[in-house]
Design a protein around this ligand. Structure first.
Ligand code: UTP
Length: 229
């Protein structure tokens, strides 16, 4: 039986919370091993604090945007190797460096783990590129918010929480956020690819492993389901 294909974009701050990191990664690995019996999985790791540390330090040293992006990519690949180690034989620490490579190495019996590819976007965009390449059924974005909101819930008590969005509605939100200079809920390039390729995106709180498992398996979620069809 052919398994459904799922690409997970996991934020660096989820993967490496900064406290008991190996404990979280062990639990995540256990969940992924179990889920991979049902679905074919590729995971793209973000850079989190380590990426920010290198980007800030590189910036103080006069690094160009290209050089700072390369530092960020390095951090995402280090994080990817940690997760790959935790998966043992199911994965490889020799991580792919392009979306094509990730797609061609993905099988029904392994879990491919990777980080960034080239400067100019984030790992959310990489996840949609892999999904396009391997014709995945969905992209799961494991982030540190429970769902997509109309505004920052910490600053505005009247925010709306979205359980469903169309890809055009997400695009609107991403552009608004972009203008306000905030870090986007999903990379705008990733949104464009998802729209063009009709890839659904599930945005969930990655700190909650039951929720993340439900998203990976295509079950009901508490987060936001973005319909691109
Ligand atoms: P992340 O994907 O972690 O980006 O990559 P982010 O948006 O800063 O992190 P979250 O989603 O808020 O946690 C870290 C940095 O690495 C570079 C970018 O500079 C990015 O900000 N990067 C990453 C690339 O240039 N290309 C890639 O393919 C991936």
């Amino acid at each position: 039986m052919n398994k459904e294909k799922v690409v997970v974009s996991i934020g660096g701050s989820i993967l490496i919370p900064g406290k008991d990191d190996s404990e979280y990664i062990k639990k995540l690995a256990k969940m992924i091993k179990e889920a991979s019996k049902t679905v074919q999985i590729v995971i793209v790791c973000g850079g989190g604090k380590i990426a920010r540390y290198y980007a800030n330090t590189g910036s103080d040293l006069g690094g160009t945007t290209y050089q700072l992006d390369m530092l960020g990519i390095g951090a995402t690949r280090l994080n990817a190797q940690l997760l790959a180690i935790s998966l043992g034989d199911l994965s490889s620490t020799d991580i792919p460096v392009t979306a094509e490579d990730a797609s061609s190495r993905s099988t029904q019996d392994n879990v491919v783990i990777m980080g960034g590819t080239v400067p100019g976007h984030t790992t959310d965009a990489v996840a949609t590129m892999i999904a396009r390449e391997m014709r995945a059924d969905r992209v799961v974005n494991a982030t540190s918010v429970e769902a997509v909101y109309s505004d920052d819930p910490l600053k505005n008590p009247d925010v709306k929480r979205f359980s469903k969005l169309t890809i055009d509605e997400l695009k609107e939100l991403v552009y608004k956020e972009h203008g306000a200079g905030r870090s986007s809920v999903f990379d705008p390039l990733g949104v464009k690819i998802a729209k063009d390729e009709k890839i659904d995106i599930l945005i969930v709180d990655g700190r909650n492993l039951d929720e993340l498992r439900n998203a990976v398996l295509g079950k009901e979620i508490r987060g936001t389901y973005v319909n691109s069809h």
